[in-house]
Design a protein around this ligand. Structure first.
Ligand code: GDP
Ligand code: CA
Length: 310
């Protein structure tokens, strides 16, 4: 069974983690968002790639949801004492990865290659691909001005309402090696319950990736990140309100117009099933809260139920 998953950070990682409780990890190719990437203290940080890497390799801090377990913060404390910026926190263990990646990128190694090397080194059992090796950056337009994604999200605590999301560099970006092949070879393509605007949007903003998903539409399923019209965590519900005009499963379906055959939605949103069906997409209602083992199993069963029988 070959699967390809489009994923952001925390929601993406939890979903892939649930999948590989059932499917052989080597059969799941993860295509990850890089629109959140940023430079911190001269280092290239890829928050979503790292959340996926740490979570799926069993190195992540489950409580915090990002960064590494058993982390220490000596470097950050020093930076603070010396008057440096600490709004984007990097732990000591985490810093080691950013040093290796940044050095490799400066040498001209593509992001996909250094990611594969790091994944191998930490024993990650599945292919983890950045959507693109090219520079692609999500920017957020708000009434208070336009911000880099992390500046809006972390430094400003995603308090500014979002007027528009812009994917800088997307029109020139090419898919990273292996991405199109994985989308082509997959028996099922799953869009994780990640934020459609700032996690999945940047991936699909790469024209060749969008076209490849479009071609495979009959084999594409998305999982809604909303439960009872609310985000489990983060600004997705507020973004749905301001960018899509509502927080129903109909609006989630609209985000993936022309790209999906089915949408998995939570039982709490079962009333929205008709709106999904009216849009030509099959609604699949189940429990989707992944912190609950029963719901996680039900979600995975629902998704894998779409894999064509051989
Ligand atoms: P980020 O890149 O770390 O911000 O994470 P993602 O974009 O991958 O995931 C964030 C989204 O995941 C949020 O919109 C959450 O509502 C959604 N999410 C997190 N946990 C769950 C869950 O257990 N079930 C569902 N349905 N969505 C979830
Ligand atoms: Ca992210």
């Amino acid at each position: 069974m070959k699967l390809a998953v489009l994923a952001g950070g925390v929601g993406g990682a939890r979903f892939v983690q649930a999948l590989i409780e059932v499917v052989h990890p080597g059969d799941v190719t993860v295509i990850a968002n890089v629109g959140d990437d940023l430079e911190v203290h001269g280092l290239h940080v890829s928050p979503d790639l790292d959340t996926l890497l740490y979570t799926l390799a069993g190195l992540g801090d489950e409580e915090r949801g990002w960064g590494r377990a058993s982390e220490t913060w000596n470097a950050r404390d020093t930076i603070e004492r010396l008057g440096g910026e600490t709004w984007f926190q990097l732990g000591d263990r985490d810093l080691g990865l950013h040093l290796v990646r940044t050095e490799a990128l400066r040498r001209g190694e593509p992001l996909s290659a250094v990611t594969a090397r790091i994944a191998r080194a930490v024993g990650l059992g599945l292919p983890l691909l950045p959507a693109t090796d090219d520079r692609l950056r999500t920017r957020i337009r708000t009434p208070a001005g336009e911000f880099e994604f992390q500046e809006w999200f972390v430094a400003r605590g995603h308090r500014d309402p979002v007027d528009r999301v812009v994917y800088e560099g997307a029109s020139e970006a090419r898919p990273a090696p292996g991405v199109l092949e994985a989308l082509e070879a997959a028996e099922l393509i799953a869009i994780a319950p990640s934020n459609p605007f700032v996690s999945i949007g940047p991936i699909l903003a790469v024209d060749e990736i969008r076209a490849a998903v479009e071609r495979r539409r009959e084999s594409v399923v998305a999982v809604s990140p909303l439960i009872g019209g609310r985000a489990v965590k983060g600004p997705a519900d507020a973004m749905f309100q301001s960018l899509a005009g509502g927080t129903g499963a109909g609006q989630v379906t609209d985000c993936y117009k022309g790209l999906i055959d089915a949408l998995v939605l939570d039982e709490a949103d079962a009333d929205d099933a008709r709106e999904v069906a009216e849009r030509g997409v099959r609604p699949l209602v189940t429990r989707t809260l992944m912190s609950e083992p029963d719901a996680r199993a039900a979600l995975v069963e629902t998704v894998l139920g779409l894999v064509p029988a051989r």
